[in-house]
Design a protein around this ligand. Structure first.
Ligand code: HEM
Length: 254
């Protein structure tokens, strides 16, 4: 009897500790995702004149930076964390929020990509997709589109034949989750190469521009942003993949 009591107390204690760790990790993840978006907004609005949708190449590129970080880091990160953040809510509400974040993410990515391509078209000799950044970026966009289409088909369209497809949908979840994390990492690589490219151009030390090597204030902003992206690439997959949190990470479809 005593043994059983002890076991049940220690289980409860484990759950409390796990919940506490989970709460702290989620808070840190939230700070990193929101911090990344805040820092890119601060960089383009405070130092580079804000954003434009057309007619101003430099500001259109600013729009590209903001929307890519908003779509691939902020929205995508939240879309993945949503199942872990509200375990008390009904699964269907989590699904709807997950889908809304993905839709917002897809809209940001599509407009952000258009902004970069259109900004490049403004020069006398438009060149596209020459850099390592643009190749990694295209890979991230392609994988995202694939995930979006397959996710839509497997988890929404197939729900029309709910009982007949339940088992199949259940088996697809680990692949969907792993693929989501891979996209998050590839997108982080695109963001970091994009940031490096922009920082080297905008902090070249020529034509009155600050010199990156002199540790200008905006150089520090860009570097801190890069650190936030790297930290979020560590912490978000850790939260999603760690099984210590019991039901917080239990994958069920209905
Ligand atoms: C996951 C996020 C991102 C993706 C998927 C992405 C994707 C792309 C793509 C496909 C291009 C090529 C457009 C063209 O050739 O016409 C491009 C251009 C560019 N991007 Fe990004 N981008 C991302 C984030 C960023 C960020 C955060 C920055 C900087 C703060 C940035 C800076 C640039 C620059 C400077 C170019 C023009 C030079 C080039 O074509 O490489 N990008 N991006």
């Amino acid at each position: 009897m005593d043994v059983m009591k002890h076991e049940s107390e220690s289980n409860t204690e484990m759950t409390v500790v796990a919940r506490c760790c989970f709460g702290w990790l989620t808070l840190v993840a939230e700070i990193l995702l929101a911090g990344s978006l805040g820092l890119i907004l601060y960089w383009v609005f405070n130092y580079h004149g804000g954003v434009a949708f057309a007619g101003d190449g430099s500001r259109q590129m600013n729009l590209h930076y903001v929307l890519m970080v908003a779509g691939f880091t902020f929205m995508n990160g939240h879309a993945m964390l949503v199942y872990r953040m509200f375990p008390c809510c009904k699964k269907i509400y989590n699904k709807i929020i997950h889908m809304l974040f993905f839709l917002a993410s897809a809209a940001c990515i599509a407009i952000g990509l258009y902004a970069a391509i259109d900004a490049h078209n403004e020069g006398p000799k438009p060149v596209h997709f020459y850099s390592m950044h643009s190749w990694i970026g295209l890979a991230a966009c392609g994988l995202f589109a694939l995930q979006f289409v397959t996710g839509f088909f497997f988890f929404l369209v197939l729900m029309l034949c709910d009982s007949a497809t339940a088992k199949f949908r259940q088996t697809m979840i680990p692949t969907h989750v792993t693929f989501g994390l891979i996209i998050f990492v590839v997108a982080a690589a695109a963001t970091l190469t994009g940031l490096t490219q922009s920082a080297r151009y905008r902090l070249s030390g020529k034509d009155g521009k600050p010199n990156y090597k002199d540790f200008p204030e905006q150089g520090i902003v860009v570097n801190v942003l890069a650190m936030c992206i790297i930290a979020s690439v560590i912490i978000v997959p850790y939260i999603i993949r760690n099984s210590t949190y019991g039901r917080y990470t239990t994958l069920t479809i209905n």
